[in-house]
Design a binder for this molecule. Structure first.
Ligand code: ZN
Ligand code: ZN
Length: 498
C-alpha cells in the first residue's frame, strides 16, 4: 500500500513537499520553500541562521521533522543524531522555481535529486548568481569542519576551519529525459514535460504494482509549449491513475493572457514612444524574455538584459534560445563604480578620471561570475541608455533601480510584466517601486503578465479527462472549488493540515 504525506503546499501557493512511501521505499515530489510561511517569521533583515543548522526553520514548521533526510553536518552540529541510511531514495524536482526546490540545500548529500537538464541549468544559475545563503542546490559544501594545517609559531593550532574551496563537491543529480522511465526503489517513474513559466517543467507518473500516482507540478495550457501539457494529459489518462495530485493556483480564475498578446502590446507601445522603455519581468521566464526580445526587434530597438539573465542565456546556449550576442548586456556600476566613466581615483597624489584609467583598474570593480559578462562587444552602460534611450528596451528589476540614478531617464515608461503581489513583503516592494518611478516621473504600464498556471475551467477539464479515482488539490488557496468534481465520480481528498 502506498502512503502519501503532504509537508507543504496545502492551502497555500507553493512550498510543495510531497512524500510518497511504500513498505520499503520512499521519495519526495519537490522540496520547496513556502514564501508565505517564511515571510511570517523571517524577512530580508531577519534571516534563519546557519549556525543553528536546520533548527531555525524547524522551529516554525517550515522544514518538517523527518528523520534521515537532512544533511549530516547540520544535524551533528546541533547535537542531533544522524541516521546512517537515508530515509528516501530520491527527490523528484518538477521545476526550478524556489517554491518547489528552495529547501534542497538542507537535504543530505547521499539523497539524489532528479530533474530535467533545463531545471538543472536554472538551479545552477540560481546557485551561482544568487546571494549567498542556503543555496547548496547542485553542489554540497560541508560546514562546521576543521581540517589539518601546518602549525606555525604565530598559529600553533593543528587545524583550521575548512573553506568552501576545501569541501565543495557536486551533488548527486540525475538528469531525466521526457517519457524515459527510471526506477526509484520499488517505484517506476515517468517524467512528462508540461508547459509552465520557465523551461524544463515536468509532471511525474509514479507506479508501484497496482498503485498509480500522477503529480502535475505547475502547468498551463496557454503557453508556447502547450502541446507538451496536452501530451501529458493524454499519457496520464492512459496511465489511469488512482490518485492525481494537482496544482490549483488559478482555480478561481476564468481567463488567460497570452505571450503573443503581450508582445503585440509592447511592440505597439515601443513604436509609438520616443524615450527609454524600462521593463521588469521574471528573468528565468525565458518565454517572457522571448516576448520582449521579439518586441524589441519589431520596434527597431535592442533588448538590454542584466548580467544574471546573460549568465542564464549563456547556460542555455545551443538549446534554441537567442544567443547572448543577440541582445545587449547592461554593465552596472559595482564597488568603486568606475565602469562608464566620470568617477575619480587618487593615484600618487593625483585624482584621475576613470575614463583615463587602464582597463585592469576598472575590471577590479567586478568579482566572480559577473566578471565574465562585462567585456563583451554588446555591453552597454548607463551612458548608452542616457544618450540613445529610443534605441533600447531596458530590463530592470526593483533591486536594480539604483541604475536609474545614473541613467536619469527623461520621458521613460515602465512596463510591469510580473505577477501581482500576494503577500505583505511584496506589497511593500510595490510601494517602494512606485516611489522610485514617481521620483523619476516614469509612466507605469501594467497588465503585461501571462500566468504560468492554467485557469479554473482548464484544470477541471484536465482532471475530468484524466479520470483519476481521487484527486488531491494542492498549491491552491481555494481547495473547495474542486468539490464540483464529485459530480463526476471523482473523490476530492483532503491533503491534511501540515
Ligand atoms: Zn509553484
Ligand atoms: Zn512554478
Amino acid at each position: 500500500m502506498v502512503q502519501i504525506d503532504f509537508y507543504g503546499g496545502v492551502d497555500e501557493i507553493g512550498g510543495n513537499k510531497v512524500r510518497v512511501s511504500s513498505d520499503n521505499d520512499s521519495f519526495f515530489f519537490d522540496f520547496g520553500k513556502s514564501f508565505n510561511k517564511e515571510g511570517d517569521y523571517f524577512s530580508e533583515f531577519l534571516q534563519p541562521r546557519k549556525l543553528n543548522g536546520i533548527m531555525d526553520l524547524v522551529e516554525f514548521g517550515m522544514l518538517p521533522k523527518i528523520k534521515g533526510i537532512y544533511r549530516e553536518d547540520y544535524l551533528r552540529h546541533s547535537g542531533i543524531p544522524h541516521c546512517p541510511d537515508p530515509a528516501v531514495q530520491g527527490i523528484l524536482i518538477s521545476h526550478a522555481h524556489i517554491d518547489h526546490m528552495g529547501y534542497l540545500h538542507h537535504i543530505r548529500d547521499d539523497i539524489p535529486f532528479y530533474m530535467t537538464r533545463e531545471s538543472f541549468l536554472i538551479t545552477r544559475a540560481l546557485e551561482t548568481t544568487g546571494a549567498p545563503g542556503f543555496n547548496n542546490y547542485t553542489h554540497y559544501k560541508t560546514d562546521f569542519l576543521l581540517i589539518e594545517k601546518k602549525p606555525t609559531k604565530k598559529s600553533p593550532t593543528t587545524h583550521k576551519r575548512a573553506s568552501s574551496r576545501d569541501t565543495l563537491k557536486p551533488r548527486d543529480i540525475e538528469i531525466i529525459e521526457p517519457y524515459k522511465d527510471f526506477a526509484l526503489g520499488d517505484f517506476t517513474i515517468t517524467p512528462a514535460p508540461v508547459d509552465h513559466s520557465l523551461p524544463g517543467s515536468c509532471a511525474f507518473l509514479a507506479q508501484k504494482d497496482h498503485d498509480r500516482i500522477v503529480y502535475t507540478g505547475d502547468f498551463r495550457f496557454h503557453g508556447k509549449r502547450e502541446h507538451e501539457t496536452w501530451k501529458f494529459v493524454k499519457e496520464a489518462r492512459k496511465f489511469s491513475p488512482d490518485i492525481l495530485i494537482t496544482e490549483g493556483t488559478r482555480i478561481d480564475s476564468t481567463k488567460n493572457v497570452l505571450e503573443t498578446d503581450i508582445q503585440e502590446k509592447v511592440t505597439k507601445l515601443a513604436l509609438s514612444h520616443g524615450g527609454l522603455i524600462i521593463v521588469n519581468y521574471p528573468i528565468r521566464d525565458l518565454d517572457r524574455f522571448y516576448t520582449f526580445y521579439h518586441a524589441a526587434k519589431a520596434s527597431d530597438r535592442t533588448l538590454v538584459v542584466n548580467t544574471k539573465q546573460a549568465f542564464l542565456l549563456n547556460e542555455f546556449y545551443g538549446m534554441g534560445y537567442p544567443c547572448i550576442d543577440e541582445v545587449a548586456v547592461y554593465v552596472p556600476r559595482r564597488s568603486w563604480g568606475l565602469r562608464g566613466g566620470d568617477s575619480y581615483v587618487c593615484m600618487d597624489g593625483e585624482w584621475l578620471c576613470s575614463r583615463d584609467l587602464a582597463e585592469e583598474y576598472v575590471q577590479a570593480d567586478y568579482r566572480g561570475w559577473e566578471k565574465d559578462f562585462i567585456s563583451w562587444d554588446n555591453n552597454v552602460t548607463y551612458h548608452d541608455l542616457q544618450e540613445r534611450p529610443q534605441d533600447y528596451i531596458f530590463q530592470c528589476d526593483i533591486f536594480e533601480f539604483k541604475e536609474l540614478i545614473d541613467i536619469k531617464p527623461e520621458n521613460a515608461i515602465y512596463i510591469k510584466s510580473k505577477t501581482e503581489p500576494f503577500n505583505e513583503e511584496m506589497e511593500l516592494d510595490v510601494r517602494r517601486e512606485m516611489n522610485w518611478l514617481d521620483h523619476f516621473d516614469i509612466q507605469v504600464h501594467t497588465g503585461y503578465h501571462a500566468s504560468g498556471h492554467a485557469c479554473g475551467q482548464e484544470i477541471l477539464d484536465m482532471i475530468r479527462e484524466i479520470q483519476p479515482g481521487s484527486v488531491y488539490p494542492i498549491h491552491t488557496e481555494h481547495r473547495e472549488l474542486f468539490e464540483v468534481l464529485k459530480e463526476d465520480g471523482i473523490r476530492v481528498l483532503d491533503p491534511g493540515k501540515v
